[in-house]
Design a protein around this ligand. Structure first.
Ligand SMILES: [Fe+2]
Length: 404
């Protein structure tokens, strides 16, 4: 369906059908396209165009909900986004672009859900777990069907929406981790719910501390640390939150050597799920890609986690996590023996050194080449090393949000 909406209501994943002005009046090469990244969304918002036509059959449908720092009047009623199902019978009929766009929509709708949940908390309401469950099910299905698409997408964060996007990413990573440990699906689902809601207590941290650009002073840090206590309190008061989800969320800042907070629990005093979420939370925080700022390359982050195994984290769990995410995780930049650079696109657990790679750059000629997708399982080319996006001037966020 074609709908006319104000530019202020546009969101990632929506498909522009018409910009409602002459082509000389806007800065875009085409009149119809899908909003794939924050930069395009910002250009639209700054273009001076007031209203556009969107095609709801080709892109996401989003209600006009945008959460400012202070608690606004609550929009009653429906969820922020129409849910996209990942039921196997639906996914089976989709093209690879269709699957990729569906994952993108899922990330966006889960992000909106978290904005909504945290706004409820700011307004003194309870966490509505019932609203989270369909999204958790979709994250679970997406991570079981095509994990390599979801993780790099979830890595990309904007400054204003970091907390919500981080929650979605932690839930997705928790599913990947649960799968490596062969946990039952129901248990992984609870862990993912704990992951999605692990920072919900941050809704009680004043915006001036939560969004402070510089270092927090001692008093501010104490307030910030208290978000875990708030999370435990909020989730402990809600029916339908299992012990697994509650422990995972309430213990994500505890450390294996007892140096964490809020209780300084040590070793097996921390539940398995709390130990898992601690690893996932740190991994996502250090690998997140911000606008104009690349994250730590995943390979480098995994090396850090390995170093922290035995002190901050349970070393056996760190090892399992690395195995699950891959030696060269999806979204990494790698250099091939053929002296070309590629983005890791798909990682198979049984052949971690032979992922599917999209070749994008020629190191000898120092120039981008027409992207070519290579399955290293059936190729003579091999990965020589991982590389830094910065060193080669390659835009990490752009490649994380582009379809192969
Ligand atoms: Fe936290």
């Amino acid at each position: 369906m074609i709908k006319k909406i104000p530019v202020s209501q546009l969101a990632l994943g929506m498909h522009i059908h018409d910009l409602d002005c002459g082509w000389l009046d806007h800065p875009f090469a085409r009149n119809h396209f899908t909003i794939d990244d924050e930069a395009t969304l910002n250009r639209l918002r700054e273009s001076g165009i007031e209203e556009v036509f969107v095609d709801t059959d080709k892109g996401m449908v989003v209600k006009a909900i945008k959460v400012p720092d202070a608690a606004p009047a609550r929009d009653a009623g429906e969820p922020a986004c129409e849910p996209s199902s990942f039921a196997p019978e639906i996914v089976a009929g989709l093209s690879s672009v269709g699957k990729f766009n569906r994952v993108k929509n899922l990330c966006a709708s889960a992000n909106y859900l978290m904005q909504d949940v945290m706004r409820d908390v700011r307004l003194g309401e309870q966490v509505d777990v019932g609203k989270c469950e369909p999204v958790v099910d979709n994250i679970l299905d997406a991570m079981f069907s095509f994990p390599s698409a979801m993780l790099p997408l979830a890595q990309v964060k904007s400054r204003d929406e970091y907390t919500f996007q981080h929650s979605v990413s932690v839930a997705a990573l928790a599913v990947a981790f649960g799968r490596v440990l062969n946990l039952p699906r129901d248990e992984i689902r609870e862990l993912a719910l704990g992951g999605l809601l692990h920072d919900v207590g941050k809704a009680r941290v004043p915006g001036r501390i939560l969004n402070k650009p510089g270092k927090l002073d001692e008093a501010e840090f104490a307030v910030m640390k208290n978000h875990v206590v708030s999370t435990a309190e909020l989730l402990g008061n809600v029916k339908g939150v299992s012990e697994i989800a509650l422990n995972a969320a309430a213990q994500h800042h505890e450390r294996y050597d007892g140096t964490g907070y809020p209780h300084g629990l040590k070793g097996d005093e921390i539940s398995l799920h709390g130990q898992m979420l601690a690893i996932v939370d740190v991994y996502d925080a250090i690998t997140s890609i911000r606008v104009y700022h690349n994250g730590m390359p995943p390979t480098e982050a995994l090396r850090k986690l390995f170093e922290w195994g035995g002190s901050h984290f349970n070393p056996r769990l760190v090892e399992a996590f690395i195995k699950g995410i891959g030696i060269y995780p999806a979204g990494s930049l790698v250099r091939m023996e053929s002296d070309r650079l590629g983005i890791v696109r798909e990682v198979m657990p049984d052949r971690l050194l032979q992922p599917v790679v999209q070749i994008i750059f020629d190191c000898k000629k120092l120039k981008h080449i027409s992207p070519e997708t290579v399955d290293l399982f059936s190729s003579d080319d091999r990965i020589k090393s991982h590389e830094s996006f910065e060193k080669w001037g390659i835009d990490q966020a752009r490649w994380a949000t582009a379809h192969i």
